[in-house]
Ligand binder design. Structure first.
Ligand code: LLP
Length: 389
């Protein structure tokens, strides 16, 4: 809102406060992700302060680094997984974890993944009647969670909206009677309802809407003890943008919880806990000008961080070697991949002296960064490293 007074400028982030340590890590080789564990813990404690929430799970798909999983379990979080690989990661990184603190919330997963999750004794979510009818021996007599599609999606990009007709996730509401028939036939009890219909959401009214729909269905089922409203909490990637309004989120959840205190309220955020805690460190390879456009080349691009190419996502990029130098001629920051979409940022005011060997830092890269990196063009995956001071 333009009429509002401008926000106080953002305070220095961890990588500004610890620039020398970050540069020392970059000297050990780039591309490299660096994760600041105190920032992860800080975000975890903020969410632990959201009083209406009974149980919190971290969606490990955002960043399954073992040190992050351990830090969040220590902070009281459970872990949400979507594949056999993620389940294995959880039980390798945190062998002592109680399976009651683990959720399995897959989409179109193979039978073997469900079998593994059930054998581990974690909470398992299904989102269609087909799996029950196809694999009756697996599910007979179980207590399960049901993922619903309330009929709409939200989020920062079309590709992350996981509700509505065009999304593959969740049971459509008109499929509920048939699902409950299949469940009854197997003696399956639905103990929890689940919905996650998008990512990067800033308006807390979203969760009221989701919760409202789920409560109505819980009433009709009768055996539901908890309601999981998913993750999706937004993050301010742009230093100029307003941060996620955690107070408004907490107030909204308090309101919905007070209306239906008989259901435990669960959440499963990913991005919010880890985005700001991660930076991608790159090294400048060459600076080239063509047809009036200046380009700063880096030793990794869309192979290390897909978000700009895939969603047009904004990530702050600074020249850490020359932090504090005057902004220069705007430049596009590009990687070495043979695709014109290999652009990490357009028209960025990097210092004019930017040159081969400088360290670039891509900010807020802790969520869906390394997790989505790939070896396209046979480039090596980025290294990963943690900072715990
Ligand atoms: N629960 C379920 C079932 C999910 O599918 C997801 C994310 C989450 C929780 C956590 O959502 P979060 O709090 O992180 O928004 N690669 C995209 C984001 C994809 C999100 C997929 N599901 C991106 O980089 O924006």
């Amino acid at each position: 809102n333009r009429l509002d007074a401008p926000r106080a400028p953002r305070g220095p982030l961890w990588w500004e406060r610890r620039r020398d340590q970050v540069l020392a890590r970059a000297a050990a080789g780039t591309p490299r992700y660096l994760y600041h564990l105190p920032t992860v813990r800080e975000r975890a404690r903020e969410l632990a302060g959201v009083a209406a929430v009974d149980r919190r799970f971290y969606a490990i798909k955002a960043n399954p680094h073992p040190a992050i999983l351990r830090a969040l379990v220590e902070e009281g979080f459970g872990l949400e997984c979507v594949s056999a690989g993620e389940l294995e990661r959880v039980f390798t990184a945190v062998p002592e974890i109680d399976p009651d603190r683990v959720l399995f919330t897959p989409s179109f997963a193979p039978r073997a993944d469900y079998a593994l999750a059930l054998a581990r004794g974690v909470h398992v979510t299904v989102d269609n009647a087909v799996v029950l009818r196809q694999w009756p021996a697996l599910f007979r007599g179980r207590e399960l969670m049901l993922r619903l599609d309330p009929g709409f999606g939200s989020g920062h990009h079309e590709k992350v909206r996981t509700g509505g007709k065009e999304a593959k996730f969740g049971l459509a509401l008109d499929g509920l009677p048939d699902f409950l028939d299949a469940a009854r036939a197997l003696g399956v009890r639905i103990v929890g309802l689940h919905a996650h219909i998008g990512s990067g959401i800033h308006d807390p009214a979203h969760w009221r809407e989701v919760y409202g729909r789920l409560v109505a269905i819980a009433e009709s089922i009768g055996t539901v003890a908890w309601i999981d409203v998913g993750g999706g909490l937004g993050v301010a990637y742009d230093p100029e943008a307003d941060p996620f309004d955690l107070r408004a989120y907490a107030a909204m959840l308090a309101e919905v919880k007070a209306a239906c205190p008989q259901y435990a309220l669960w959440i499963e955020p990913g991005r919010y806990l880890v985005a700001e805690a991660g930076a991608l460190l790159l090294t400048v390879t060459q600076v080239v000008e063509k047809a009036g456009v200046r380009r700063v080349g880096a030793d990794a691009g869309m192979n290390a961080l897909m978000r700009p190419a895939m969603y047009g996502a904004f990530h702050e990029i600074v020249n850490l070697t020359r932090l504090g130098d005057a902004p220069g001629t705007p430049a596009d920051v590009v990687g070495p991949i043979c695709e014109s979409g290999d652009v990490l940022g357009r028209r960025r005011p990097l210092p004019d002296a930017t040159a081969e060997g400088d360290v670039l830092l891509v900010g807020h890269a802790g969520a869906y960064g390394a997790a989505m990196a790939n070896t396209y063009n046979l480039r090596a995956l980025p290294q990963e490293d943690v900072l715990d001071v």
